[in-house]
Design a binder for this molecule. Structure first.
Ligand code: DO4
Ligand code: MG
Length: 287
């Protein structure tokens, strides 16, 4: 049996629907929300996953065909860690108009950079359009592993994330970070939550490919072992003096940054694959 995945999708009659995907088969769980399941998993993550597996034995599944994915969140916020890979530190220092000392310092510091990234209203799912800002000339995707946490800050699984970023806005002044990071369709997540709880980073590779007019304009890959932080340290800082009663997603930072002369254009197709976690594909639009 493949690792179960919790997804949200748009059902033609019933609207937003939560389902479990196992072995390319979709099992609808009527009335379930991501919020309800994350709450149910507190203190018993493995048991809650086993219950889902038991439940789908009695449900008739349908083969996974064309499906309109929704982002695998409902009331959860998406937060993001930054400058967790050397490549990110180098690229930010290069783009920063003031030399970017702040990035070198945060890379070395014990406290990581963590920022609010998105709520559902600014997040798109696999297959939807992801946004670049109309007031920015330099936009990139950031392919990132997402850690999915329940209200007790226990890891329930992982997802694929895209922390879309406007490099000219961020580079002009670090205080512009929220504008560079948080806008319409600035975050993509999906396809779903892979229910493989672990406090260790999965031993996996994050890959990106950007296709423009049918040709690959950029591709790169990074192994998760290159990250400077641990999941437990990132989660511990996220949870300090803050609570997430419905769970939370934490993107763990990018280790891939396209060269400085690259910017996204409307119509580009961004495909992010994390081995054993999934593939997230979105077309770019100007917002
Ligand atoms: O400090 C800027 C943002 C860093 C970031 O998003 C990343 O490293 O992934
Ligand atoms: Mg990022």
């Amino acid at each position: 049996m493949s690792t179960p995945q919790l997804i949200r999708y748009q059902h033609p009659d019933k609207g937003a629907q939560v389902a479990v995907v196992v072995d390319d088969t979709v099992y609808d769980i009527p009335d379930l929300t991501i919020e309800a399941w994350l709450r149910l998993s507190v203190g018993r993550v493995e048991e809650a996953i086993d219950e889902l597996i038991d439940l789908i034995q009695s449900i008739k599944g349908q083969k996974l065909e064309t499906i309109h994915y929704l982002p695998p969140i409902d009331s959860q916020e998406v937060w993001a860690a930054g400058v967790t890979y050397m490549k990110s530190r180098e690229a930010r220092q290069e783009e920063a108009e003031d030399g970017g000392d702040v990035y070198a310092r945060v890379y070395a510091a014990e406290r990581p950079e963590i920022f609010f990234k998105a709520a559902l209203k600014n997040t798109v799912g696999h297959g939807d359009e992801v946004g670049i800002r109309e007031d920015s000339q330099w936009n990139v995707p950031e392919p990132e592993l997402g850690v999915v946490l329940n209200p007790a800050m226990e890891v329930v699984g992982f997802t694929v994330g895209n922390d879309m970023s406007s490099r000219d806005i961020e580079g002009a002044n670090p205080l512009y970070l929220p504008q560079a990071k948080v806008y319409s369709a600035s975050c993509a997540l999906g396809t779903g939550i892979v229910l493989a709880p672990s406090d260790e980073f999965p031993d996996t590779t994050i890959r990106i490919s950007i296709v423009r007019n049918g040709s690959e304009a950029f591709a790169d890959a990074i192994h998760t072992s290159r990250i400077k932080r641990t999941i437990s340290a990132l989660v511990s800082y996220l949870g300090r003096s803050n609570t997430f009663p419905n769970g939370v997603i934490l993107l763990t930072g990018t280790g891939i940054v396209p060269p400085s002369d690259f910017t996204l254009q409307a119509g580009d197709v961004v495909t992010i694959t994390i081995d054993d976690i999934g593939t997230l594909q979105n077309t770019v639009k100007v917002v």
